[in-house]
Ligand binder design. Structure first.
Ligand SMILES: NC(=O)c1ccc[n+]([C@@H]2O[C@H](COP(=O)([O-])OP(=O)(O)OC[C@H]3O[C@@H](n4cnc5c(N)ncnc54)[C@H](O)[C@@H]3O)[C@@H](O)[C@H]2O)c1
Length: 249
């Protein structure tokens, strides 16, 4: 198994894409920490895939809270003795128009979708640098690369920020043997994806996505599984599109 002996943290692992990634890394042989603000959704999965609890661990984490992020990292080290892989996946979606967006909503979206990736990455960097290896994958979005009427400006900006943060972190971490990449999903069939109106969903699938379907969480997890493996050792600072051909460049 290609990730045997590795320890991975996946944020937002309770539902959707994060659940798909966490379970895929587990199947790849990794020890996986399921971190989510709703730990009950993680516990259900862990009970099913790893009843002994030998290779999984659930930690309640609000990724916008610096202390909880530190605790997530400390508990992971305590349980599994290190951290090799971090997947910054937790996110929320809003669709308000700019003039209707409160400052509170703006800050909440940027906080969960962007600032949290900074907090979580910063918290694992020292350990990865000391070990001179590590893999970080951030989950971005197609919406930061093309126009779309659906997301709020806060959401689109948070994802553009994630892509730029990925590149900066990749540059700073490369001398220490750490690979940092992003995956930019297109429309994906998750509770968040289903926040789109039925009309917007059908338009995307029928008119905009050449492969004529939304992604599944497994489609996104396949890309993450590759990027955190030794097969992607020479890839860093990449924003990998997984969008059914919605953008081709
Ligand atoms: N679904 C899509 O169409 C789509 C497309 C592009 C990008 N994305 C991105 O993929 C990522 C996952 O999205 P999803 O569709 O699986 O969403 P989802 O809503 O289905 O799941 C998100 C998970 O994140 C958790 N979460 C939310 N706030 C949190 C916080 N403060 N701390 C810790 N956990 C928190 C939730 O509890 C939930 O388990 C997000 O970053 C999203 O922006 C999704």
């Amino acid at each position: 198994m290609k990730l045997e002996g590795k320890t991975a943290i996946v944020t937002g692992a309770g539902l959707g894409i994060g659940a798909g990634i966490a379970q895929r890394l587990f199947r790849d042989g990794a020890r996986v920490v399921f971190a989510d603000i709703h730990p009950e959704n993680c516990q259900n999965q862990v009970d099913e895939i790893d009843p002994s609890g030998d290779r999984t661990f659930v930690v309640k984490t609000d990724v916008t809270d610096e202390n909880q992020v530190q605790n997530m990292v400390a508990e992971t080290i305590n349980k599994f003795n290190g951290i090799d892989i971090l997947v910054n996946n937790a996110g929320i979606f809003t669709d308000s128009r700019i003039e209707e967006t409160s400052l509170e909503e703006w800050n909440r979206v940027i906080g969960i979708n962007l600032t949290a990736a900074f907090l979580c990455s910063r918290a694992v960097l020292k350990m990865m640098k000391d070990k001179r290896e590590g893999k970080i994958v951030n989950i971005g979005s197609v919406v930061s690369k093309t126009q779309s009427p659906n997301p709020s400006a806060a959401y689109a900006v948070s994802k553009a920020g994630i892509h730029r943060f990925t590149i900066q972190l990749a540059v700073e971490s490369a001398p220490y043997g750490i690979n940092v990449n992003a995956v930019a999903p297109g429309l994906t069939d998750t509770p968040l994806g289903r926040l789109l109106t039925e009309e917007a969903w059908n338009f995307a699938v029928n008119e905009r996505i050449p492969l004529k379907r939304a992604a599944t969480p497994d489609d996104i997890a396949n890309a993450v599984s590759f990027l955190v493996s030794s097969e992607a050792e020479y890839i860093t600072g990449e924003i990998l599109d997984v969008n059914g051909g919605l953008i081709m460049d």
